[in-house]
Design a protein around this ligand. Structure first.
Ligand SMILES: Cc1ncc(C[n+]2csc(CCOP(=O)(O)OP(=O)(O)O)c2C)c(N)n1
Ligand SMILES: [Mg+2]
Length: 695
């Protein structure tokens, strides 16, 4: 349509912006109305709209540049309109259609992930409130890291905008992110949209202070406030915030009050818990009439504004019908994008070069890290105590900080959620994070980030945002480590889809797998048995290997036959296989000494993806098998694998596949006698072998 030019405006904001913002406010409003009018279609899948929050959202997003990064939340519909997304595209997501530009129909409305020329980048984030604050801060952290190491793009500097509701600010993980933002002076704006509600809980019920007051505790976090329902005020405050962050003065928290005019979501209706009075108060703050008055005061005429409004309504109406008619998803695609493809598919380099010295596992890990940091300037390594002169409580990173600088190898606060979750943001901006959780027993505070943010990103972004993240985790029991430094966690991790789990049992595999894990574009958790690090545990000398060369790499998902059985034993039906990993290898080897030539041992090396072919072949070759683990057996990975083998190899079996592991107790008692009593050992495994062979 033809748009008449308005009279001269007094506003410092350009005419184009004012008119576009007004049109988009009406677009958002009409979209919300359409969704309410067409509940049967629009509310098939749950959604929230931005009604009431349009002014601050448009003010924020209309000032972002394609170089910037954005982490919006589920109410940020107007943010998405402001960066240039079309209502039709958003409605494709509303209806979970095939061409939903974010997820191909896999995730909810206003849950974007976007890598598009000319628009800010939006990595995937979960639907868990507040949790995106850590990945978003990780983005800012990654940008700063790149800039400080000469890896940033030339020219103007990007900013990260992370938006969240007032109800989310009190969540613990938000505090971890704020702490890191001020500690490292990161280029991020936390935009808190305060509508005084968190579903049905009021501000009074949820907190003793608002986000602006809370932010005062974070020294170095610049605090700002905006009237979030006033476009001009929001625009000016956002402009100041963006300028401050672009100039790298540090992080900002912008607290914007806004009314909540729509329902919490399509499924939780406002009339169920909000009184008349509250609804009236919020209605008085509607940003649209306010902006209308502002425009009238600035020389616009009613007729022209009506034309903008009608244009918006028409666009939304047309888009809705078009989205209804759009193609649906193809269920045949359901398995696409579990993982991004790894470039490492073959074992390469020399596992046992001539003249190589023997290395303990912890040194092989250290040398792998050294090679990685030397050859990949985007790589960085952080976690508790890995930096400085200590270089890890196991000295597994000794001297790396000295060699590569405190900017690349550094200590973090005790923040497991940040350590894990930040890698999502780092990866999105092109850094290559390696992190460490000090002990497997302390991975739990970080599990939320692993599950919600890391594991689902590739799948739910339709393959756009796989997360390169290598998470090293010392694990396992030996020598009286006690209840909180000996735990095994792999079964829990293996219930999380979308992450890979690696568990080397010797120095050569440690080196080769560490490199493959680093080059894998997906999240990889590397479990490193502390009892094997120095081969201090009697019987684990085999964990020391001639050290492979620098090019050595072992693809993930490939098991290794650690020990073969004699062919005549196999032919006579007197052999069996033990499927195991980590410390299990050494229990199995010691136990097998009593059964010469009868026992094959398969070292899984990677638990997910599992080398099913090798395992199945081995079980079928012998017809007798034991799956051995250090974990308490009940409901473990080992038990599940044994069950699967019984099902799939049934016809080739001479005995049921057994699983064997630790006693089913919540912790390993401190006294070494408790440890011995609870865990498997060579004698206990030998008894299992005896029974299986005698079956
Ligand atoms: C971790 C987590 N807990 C609970 C929920 C369910 N939930 C969705 S929205 C919401 C309220 C959030 O309030 P606020 O952050 O103020 O955002 P608003 O909807 O008011 O914009 C809750 C509890 C969730 N999505 N994630
Ligand atoms: Mg709220």
């Amino acid at each position: 349509m033809s748009v008449k030019t308005a009279k001269k405006t007094k506003s410092s904001i350009s005419k184009d912006i004012l008119e576009r913002a007004y049109r988009l406010m009406h677009t958002a409003k009409r979209m919300a109305e359409l969704y309410d009018e067409n509940k049967a279609i629009a509310s098939k899948y749950v959604h929230s709209t931005s009604r009431g929050h349009e002014a601050i959202q448009l003010a924020a997003s209309m000032q972002l540049k394609p170089i910037d990064f954005l982490a919006p939340y589920y109410r940020d519909e107007s943010i998405l309109l402001g960066i240039g997304m079309e209502p039709y595209e958003l409605m494709l997501q509303l209806m979970a259609k095939k061409d939903d530009p974010f997820s191909g129909g896999r995730t909810y409305y206003n849950h974007p992930s976007l890598k598009r020329e000319g628009m800010p980048t939006i990595p995937h984030q979960s639907s868990a409130t507040g949790m995106q604050v850590i990945p978003a801060t990780g983005m800012a952290h990654g940008l700063k890291f790149k800039e400080e190491h000469g890896l940033g793009a030339e020219g103007e500097k990007p900013v990260v905008v992370c938006s969240l509701g007032d109800g989310s600010v009190t969540e613990g993980e938000v505090a971890e992110a704020f702490q890191m933002a001020v500690l490292k002076n990161l280029p991020i704006i936390y935009l808190v949209q305060d509508n005084d509600w968190g579903i049905s809980a009021t501000g009074k019920e949820m907190r003793a202070m608002d986000a602006y007051e809370y932010a005062a505790g974070f020294k170095g976090l610049k605090r700002m406030q905006a009237n979030g329902s006033d476009f001009a005020d929001s625009y000016a405050k956002m402009a100041d915030a963006i300028k401050y962050v672009r100039n790298r003065k540090g992080p900002v928290l912008l607290h914007a009050n806004c009314p909540l005019l729509g329902h919490h979501t399509s499924g939780v209706r406002k009339e169920w818990y909000r009184g008349e009075e509250d609804l009236e108060i919020h209605a008085m703050g509607d940003p649209i009439p306010k902006f209308h008055s502002y425009l009238m005061d600035n020389g616009y005429d009613e007729k022209f504004l009506k034309e903008l409004e009608e244009e918006a309504i028409q666009t939304a109406n047309d888009a809705f019908q078009k989205a209804i008619d759009a193609e649906d998803v193809d269920p045949a695609d359901v398995e696409l994008h579990e993982f991004a493809e790894s470039p490492i598919t073959e074992e390469k380099g020399e596992r046992k070069p001539k003249g190589a010295e023997k290395s303990v596992m912890v040194d092989a890990a250290l040398h792998a890290m050294d090679d990685i940091l030397k050859n990949n300037p985007e790589a960085l390594f952080y976690g508790q105590d890995v930096g400085g002169t200590l270089g890890g409580v196991f000295r597994e990173a000794a001297n790396l900080a000295k060699k590569y600088g405190d900017g690349r190898v550094f200590n973090t606060p005790i923040q497991e959620a940040y350590i894990i979750g930040s890698t999502a943001g780092m990866s999105a901006v092109g850094a290559k994070p390696i992190v460490e959780i000090q002990f497997a027993d302390y991975i739990w505070p970080g599990i939320n980030q692993l599950v919600e943010e890391l594991s689902k990103s590739c799948y739910l972004s339709n393959g756009k945002f796989p997360i390169q993240s290598l998470i090293r985790v010392p694990i396992g029991a030996y020598g009286g480590g006690g209840p909180y430094h000996s735990g095994s966690v792999e079964s829990t991790l293996l219930t999380i889809r979308g992450i890979k789990i690696v568990y080397p049992s010797n120095a050569a595999d440690m080196k080769g797998l560490m490199k493959a894990a680093f080059h894998d574009p997906n999240p990889v958790v590397m479990l490193e048995h502390k009892g094997l690090y120095w081969s201090k545990v009697p019987g684990t000398d085999g964990a020391k290997n001639h050290e492979p060369d620098e090019d050595y790499i072992v693809p993930l998902g490939k098991a290794r036959i650690e020990q073969e059985a004699d062919q005549d034993m196999i032919d006579n039906g007197e052999s069996m296989t033990i499927i195991t990993y980590g410390m299990g290898i050494y229990w199995a080897k010691a136990a097998a000494e009593n059964f010469e030539g009868q026992v094959e041992i398969v070292d899984l090396r990677t638990l997910n993806p599992l080398d099913w072919e090798t395992v199945k072949e081995s079980v079928e070759r012998h017809g007798r098998a034991l799956v051995l683990t250090e974990e308490p057996l009940l409901n473990s990975f080992a038990e599940s694998l044994a069950g699967r083998l019984n099902q799939h190899c049934f016809e080739k079996l001479d005995a049921p596949v057994r699983a064997y592991g630790a006693l089913n107790l919540p912790a390993i008692g401190l006294n070494v006698e408790w440890e011995k009593a609870m865990l498997p050992n060579a004698e206990k495994v030998a008894a299992q072998i005896e029974e299986i062979l005698g079956y």
